[in-house]
Each structure stands twice: as C-alpha cells, then as structure tokens.
Ligand binder design. Structure first.
Ligand SMILES: Nc1ncnc2c1ncn2[C@@H]1O[C@H](COP(=O)(O)OP(=O)(O)O)[C@@H](O)[C@H]1O
Ligand SMILES: [Mg+2]
Length: 259
C-alpha cells in the first residue's frame, strides 16, 4: 500500500444472492485525513463499512490498513488494531449502566488483556480503565449519566454513549455510519461540534446522507452510487460534478432538500 495511507481498498466487491452491493471499489485515504462518504439509500455505504471493518469478507478484492493486508482479519482484531466504528442504528447494551457499556468494551479490546477470562472483573476496576471511560464520557458531555441504566437514556444520549465507547477504544481510524440519524437539530449540533473537536486525534470516515451536515467536518468527499465510487475530491469539486448532481440528487428539488 502507498506510504502515508491508513486505508486502501483494491477492487473490493461483495455480492448478496446476485446483487452486487459493493462493486470494484478502489478507495484510499491518508493518515489523519477526514473523509465523508455520501450517496442515496441503498448505494452500498454501510456495506462498504462492513467490509472495511470485517463484518464479512469481500467476494473479491483486497483491503489494506496501516501497512498490512487485512482482507480476512476478523472484526475484533481490527478493533484492537485501532479500527473502530459506530452503527447506523445505535448499538449499545440497554441492560447495562452507561459506564459499564464503556468498561465492557475497554476491557474486551485491551491489547494487554489477559489470555484467560478470570481476571475480567479485576481488570474492570483497574484505575486506568475507569479513567479512560470517564474521559470518554466527559468528551461526549454525558459524564453525569455514568450510573444510569442505558435503557433510560434518550436516543441522542445513546448515540453519544456509542461514540464514547468508540473513543474509549483509542481509534487510529474512526468510522461513523450516519451518526446524526434519528437526532434532533440541537443534538446534531452538539455531536457535530464534539466530532470537530476530537477528530484531530485520528483518521476519520463519516457516512452521511445530508451533505450540509458534513461539509465542514471533512476534507474530502467520496460519492457512492449503486455499489460504485462515482466521484471523489474536495467537497466543492464533488458537489459541482455533473454526474454526482444527476445520480445523487436527480432533480433540482432533490438538490435543494439534500444540501
Ligand atoms: N447482509 C445483506 N444481505 C443481502 N443484501 C444486503 C445485505 N446488506 C446490504 N444488502 C443490500 O446491499 C445494498 C446496499 O445496502 P447498504 O450498504 O445498506 O446501503 P446504504 O448504507 O448506502 O444505504 C442494498 O440493496 C441492501 O439491500
Ligand atoms: Mg447505510
């Protein structure tokens, strides 16, 4: 892979029962870069994240991360290598307290965790684990909710918790799949400004449907359409690309409501 890249894919393709959900995608990004992936529903954005993070292997093609090929590396190993994601539908454990959601992931993915399960609870009370969890909650502004049951949180606070879990895993690259979906305008503003504040610490890919929400968060946009990457570049360039305007927005009224 090219030096300086954190992620590279070569011809990555996946088929589900004849449907080519991701089709020959060549994607790369530099270490420290912030990239947005846009595209209409069903374009293949989430499936591309699933391939990057190892939820399933591609039908063909190769994936490289941080200097290594990882095409067949299982998801938990990728997390331990610093590749951390959030999901389009918030994914946290309702039946745990807020802080226990964090402790569970931090202990599970610690590089120095012990080979047998027996020390789990001792590890969980370790001051360094608690400190990492408290820091992540504070960054997300939900430290006062640490001891609530997660089921009591609003959807927006669950989203903040999910991002806190991701941050507590000390990502080298953070992949956010539609982090603003289901949030109100106020929460979108809050989450967006938190992301803007912390994103300098890692490389960052964000999937989002509404471009106006991410133009000030990313340096580069990639556009997916029917499983393919159809355009890439700085936001202004991509947004004025005629092909993008045609396939992504279709008609002018679509453009008005998407941007
Ligand atoms: N596990 C799966 N099995 C079958 N089809 C799938 C699966 N995951 C995604 N797809 C299909 O792949 C296409 C792309 O979906 P997705 O990646 O979720 O799009 P996006 O995130 O851009 O809205 C859709 O047609 C979807 O139905
Ligand atoms: Mg999706």
């Amino acid at each position: 892979m090219e030096k300086g890249n954190i992620i590279e894919t070569k011809g990555v393709t996946i088929q589900f029962n004849g449907l080519v959900a991701v089709d020959g995608v060549d994607f790369s990004m530099k270490r420290g870069e912030a990239v947005g992936i846009i595209g209409s529903n069903g374009a293949g954005k989430t499936t591309f994240f699933n391939l990057l993070t190892g939820l399933f292997p591609p039908t063909s093609g190769a994936i490289f991360y941080d200097g290594k090929e990882i095409t067949r590396v299982p998801p938990h190993k990728r997390v331990m290598m610093g590749m951390v994601r959030t999901f389009q539908l918030v994914s946290v454990f309702d039946s745990l307290t807020v802080v226990d959601n964090l402790i569970l992931s931090v202990v599970r993915f610690r590089e120095d965790r012990r080979p047998k399960g027996g020390f789990f609870f001792a590890d969980a009370r370790h001051p360094s684990v608690l400190k990492t969890c408290e820091e992540a909650l504070t960054i997300m502004g939900i430290e006062d909710k640490a001891n609530l049951m997660t089921s009591e949180l609003s959807y927006g606070d669950k989203r903040k918790l999910e991002i806190a879990v991701a941050l507590s895993l000390k990502p080298k690259i953070l992949l956010l799949d539609e982090p603003f979906a289901g949030l109100g305008d106020l929460e979108i503003g809050e989450v967006s400004s938190i992301i803007r504040r912390v994103k300098e610490n890692f490389s960052f890919i964000i999937i989002e449907h509404k471009i106006s929400r991410i133009v000030d968060l990313v340096q580069r946009l990639s556009v997916m359409h029917e499983g393919r990457l159809i355009a890439e570049g700085v936001p202004a360039e991509v947004l004025s690309n005629p092909l993008v305007r045609e396939v992504y927005w279709g008609k002018e009224e679509g453009l008005a409501c998407s941007v």
